[in-house]
Design a protein around this ligand. Structure first.
Ligand SMILES: [Zn+2]
Length: 310
């Protein structure tokens, strides 16, 4: 079985402004990297539109109505003080993100693919059930997990997040839901300020691995191997969703960790080993952050290459 990649041109039409780091150029760099001949085995699919029903698996009705009403016909609308901005194309872009994530879950559950990568933007893991923030509008990774639970009747779904920022939104959505597990490694202290070890969820279904500024490959691998991988195995998920942010890369301009491309190969393979042991290899990986175009392209390529070598 192959690796599927979902993407859509509409994800380029979310335009948060000329100097915003979460630019359409990011997705162009990712897609360009994955179009190289060594990736010719990828099966590309257009991301379908997500549905309102899917969004409501995580977000509140009031919030979703607010987002729909906020979408401008021209210009920009700031959602949280200027970090998170809607442009005329944003609503379709986020619905393609949700649609890709849920279609990815369908594809691995129906055995159309062993694993999936969603090359979509904007990112989602900061979006809380009733709040857009941190460049994120809807939380597609959390939605995909809830979708797998509701629609495919899975009883345990894990989201693993190696973006350099803590996914406060995913944590908030999962906190009281023992069937959904969230593990995050992230720079700390750092935006958004959440993600301490004491935030464990009501059923110890949240695992936070804070990393100090300057954390290098050796420390990253030690901490992940000691604190995160055993917890994922213990949870015994039926599906692994990856919030794949690449802003812990040493080239990233927004953050201060020092990961190399090879670390993304390593963690991807470790997660694939667990997936092979517990859930027939099922992984849906979803692009989150990553703001060095060079670091984003090279580390995404390494990540997807690993996914293809199953
Ligand atoms: Zn990030």
């Amino acid at each position: 079985m192959t690796t599927l990649v979902y993407t859509h041109e509409a994800c380029l039409d979310h335009i948060p402004g000329p100097s915003h780091p979460e630019s359409p150029e990011r997705l162009k760099a990712v897609v360009q990297a994955l179009r190289k001949p060594e990736f010719s085995d990828i099966e590309w699919r257009d991301a379908p539109m997500g549905t309102r029903e899917q969004v409501l698996l995580v977000h509140t009705e009031d919030f979703v109505s607010d987002i729909e009403d906020s979408a401008p016909t021209r210009g920009y609308v700031p959602l949280d003080g200027g970090d998170t901005i809607m442009s005329p194309g944003s609503l379709e872009a986020v619905m393609r993100c949700v649609g890709a994530a849920c279609a990815g879950v369908d594809a691995v559950m129906n055995k159309e693919a062993k694993n999936v990568f969603c090359a979509t933007r904007p990112c989602g893991h900061h979006a809380e059930p009733d709040r857009a923030m941190g460049f994120c509008i809807y939380n597609q990774a959390a939605i995909a997990a809830a979708y797998a639970y509701e629609v495919h009747k899975l009883s345990r779904v894990a989201v693993i997040d190696f973006d350099v920022h803590h996914g406060n939104g995913t944590q908030a959505a999962f906190y009281d839901r023992p069937e959904l597990f969230y593990a995050s490694s992230h720079q700390s202290p750092f935006y958004p300020g959440t993600g301490s070890r004491t935030e464990t969820g009501t059923a110890h279904n949240i695992v936070n691995v804070p990393l100090p500024r300057g954390c290098d490959s050796a420390m990253f691998r030690d901490r992940i191997a000691a604190e995160m991988l055993p917890a994922i195995r213990a949870f015994n998920p039926e599906l692994i969703i990856i919030s794949a942010g690449f802003d812990a890369h040493h080239l990233d301009p927004l953050a201060g960790l020092n990961l190399q491309d090879s670390d993304y190969d390593w963690i991807t393979r470790e997660l694939m080993k667990i997936a092979d042991e517990v859930c027939e290899g099922r992984i849906v990986s979803i692009l989150e952050g990553g703001y060095s175009l060079e670091g984003l392209a090279s580390s995404t390529a390494v990540h997807v290459k690993a996914l293809m070598n199953h």
